[in-house]
Design a protein around this ligand. Sequence first.
Ligand code: NAD
Length: 507
Amino acid sequence: FRRRLVPEGVPGLMSVSQVDTAVGPAAGERLPCSPFVLGEWVSPGTGASSFVVENPADGSPVASVAAAGQSDVERALCSADEAAAVWAGTGGWDRAQVLRAVAAVLRGWAIDAGRVLSREQGKPLAQAVWEIEASADQFDWYADEARRIYGRVVPAKDAGHRIQVVREPVGVVAAFSSWNFPALLAARKLAPALAAGCPVVICPPPEAPLSTMLLAEACRRAGLPAGVLAVLPGDPAELSEPVLRSPVVRKVTLTGSVPVGRILLGVAAAGIKSTSMELGGHAPVLVFDDVDVRAVAAMCVAGKFRNAGQVCASPSRFFVQRGALEEFTDEFVRQTERLRLGDGLDSASDVGPLINERRVAATEELIADAVGKGATVLTGGGIDPGLGRTFFKPTVLGAATSEMKVMTDEPFAPVAPIIPFDTVDDALREANAVPFGLASYVFTNRMDRATAAAEGLQAGMVGVNTLALATAEAPFGGVKESGFGREGGAEGIEDYLVSKYINTVPA
Ligand code: NAD
């Protein structure tokens, strides 16, 4: 079944209609953009505040969203607490069925949900549709994992003792995620948590909350019991306070920046809550001189400027072996100049706008710092004023050095600095010289170089001759300040389970 999801313009203040989900050509229904509590979209009470979601391409309003108020937060926590035992007691096979149905609903919506995502976040439609499908993959993958939560029987030292280890859901989860992949990042939390038997209270990113709401609506239609999921739109800094202080919440999971990770970890520590942190990255790419330089440059350009560089695992520091430097740089610039910058909904666009003008200013600052320290802008370098204030031209920096901020601070921007290296050891020293350790990449045809680099890179993930790392069946996550915990793979559900040891001595 295919459903059409057509975002409307902004309704009047406090009105909540913004995503029109017409089922078939005749029947129409509306998905309110408001808090989702106890299995229902809450009508905002008198005096409730709302905020406008803007299309980053032109600032035009996409939707007006009712923010969660104090009573919504209290009801969400209370209903999650009550639902915890019910959902944990629902068998893995039954939970799997619900998750499988969520995936099916999302796949049926892929194109139109992708359109909503593109409008609220800016990315090209093809990337947005991929993201909805990748979100469905998460639910499919964890539908299977829900049926594979195994325990152990341990041979006991003392005769007559029977030791079992069983795996139980950790309890109510508070989830926070970023706007750069507004559907996928939320799905990476919801799917494993729900599979493990945990209720979730999620605060969507205010820049792009609609995708999380679509996931919640998919869960509702798939038959997820009321209370197991709550969505609280609004200012996460305000909402996180009562949510994280609540004794109901036993687990906190964030996808976001290192500074916000520090804040949430502090509050979680006070409540002795379990945490998972998917934080920033600054991925090194090691390109050795034995590769097909043109092919690797083309791959790197596509990866670097995907989602306008606003990707935690984005290849963002290009270390190129000196023998390949000139050819790689020329080809990288040539391929970059072929990219078409434009509105995400224009099928001709390869690269969309940045999420807002603050990201533009931050990117300009990084480039100014690099140029001030001797870098050369080989292409790009600023916005395309003909398109609008958020359209930043894909930028390549030559003569980069490790003193530049673009090499030390997470850029989260369409900027690619290129820097030469001579030996594997030199490259590894430079690559590991930042506090981040999320993704890393190496391109070589030689096994010895691939092995040395893969083993020597301080990162949670290494792509050898590929930039494709985000996939439902593999554990995504970082080391060092990039955080801890894993999303995806068999590991992902572990973050939502605790071990209970039972020693039984027959009476
Ligand atoms: P951010 O840390 O400012 O915000 C992330 C989310 O945290 C917000 O959407 C919100 O839900 C919550 N939040 C923000 N401020 C808060 C506060 N004061 N208290 C409580 N919650 C708060 O990050 P951002 O700018 O939205 O996203 C970019 C960052 O996210 C980058 O550093 C990027 O690398 C990281 N990221 C990491 C991954 C990963 O898997 N490791 C994936 C995507 C993005």
